[in-house]
Design a protein around this ligand. Structure first.
Ligand SMILES: [Mn+2]
Length: 281
């Protein structure tokens, strides 16, 4: 693995690999984006943004210090199938070292790559405005609008915050037994209890597509959708998930830097700190 210099690491920390618990993989994959371009610059930009944040998490009353080791950006080949393989192998390396993998992306396809490194009993909880359940996009089966479908072939999947899908997608989700919490009922008891049943005492991997958030707080994404999650409700959901299950990995993806307006990267970096803090509590 390529090692970052201290100046390029998350939270600007120089962390001893042996003593670290989490390994942060910047995954600048951008092959199948269909609308707005630039997600390959997301990981680096989120790492830069982390340097303006504190490592003390006031919401959670926990400090995130000397636990996250940042590696160099993964080299992603331009072919989706090969890219997925690189991600799978890198995440497998991290797991073999008995570390906890975290990825920053990059298009959402990275989650599919990571999923192949985990056992089939890991439940994937995916935050996304879109169901990402397309059979193929422009003839390609491995793409950023199919990751949930691809993952669901091996692992159980829940998708949270959905507000954009086709009628056909909806039928397919039902047929495949995917637990979907649409944005309108995401705080309702019955929806939350379906999620609870799926993840209770299970190993869970969390994937956050930044477009799950309202575009007012996360404008820097590839396919924005109006009417999304607030930071506070996301934090509430994350707390519920991490306390109910055993977290084994997570990623934050589809970050698309806009230049001067970096609130999306700040939010992504803050979420990364929050999830680690929750897991450390
Ligand atoms: Mn997505």
């Amino acid at each position: 693995m390529l090692l970052y210099e201290g100046k390029d690491s998350f939270l600007e920390e120089v962390v001893d690999f042996k003593k670290s618990k989490y390994v942060l993989l910047p995954v600048p994959m951008e092959i199948s984006t269909t609308y707005l371009k630039g997600t390959k610059f997301g990981p680096r930009s989120a790492i830069e943004a982390s340097r303006s944040l504190e490592n003390y998490d006031s919401e959670l009353g926990a400090e995130v210090r000397d636990v996250i080791f940042t590696v160099g950006e993964l080299e992603i080949p331009p072919d989706a199938e090969k890219a997925v393989k690189v991600i799978k192998e890198t995440v497998s390396d991290v797991l073999r070292e008995e570390k906890f993998p975290i990825m920053l992306g990059g298009e959402h396809t990275i989650t599919y790559g990571a999923s192949l490194a985990f056992d089939e009993d890991v439940v994937f909880v995916i935050f996304d405005a879109h169901a990402d359940f397309k059979k193929d996009v422009l003839g390609s089966q491995i793409n950023h609008a199919s990751d949930s479908r691809l993952i669901s072939k091996r692992n159980k999947v829940a998708i949270l915050g959905v507000r954009s899908l086709s009628k056909e997608d909806k039928k397919e989700l039902e047929k495949n037994g995917i637990v979907v919490l649409y944005i309108d009922d995401i705080e309702e008891k019955s929806a939350l209890s379906r999620l609870h049943t799926l993840i209770k005492n299970k190993k869970v991997y969390i994937s956050i597509d930044m477009d799950v958030f309202d575009p007012s707080i996360a404008p820097g994404v590839g396919t924005p959708q109006p009417g999304g999650l607030s930071y506070q409700s996301a934090l509430k959901l994350l707390k519920a998930i991490v306390t109910t299950s055993k977290l084994v990995g997570f990623d934050i993806n589809e970050i698309r830097p806009l230049g001067d307006n970096n609130i999306t990267e700040i939010l992504a970096a803050k979420l990364l700190i929050d999830i680690v803090a929750l897991n450390e509590k």
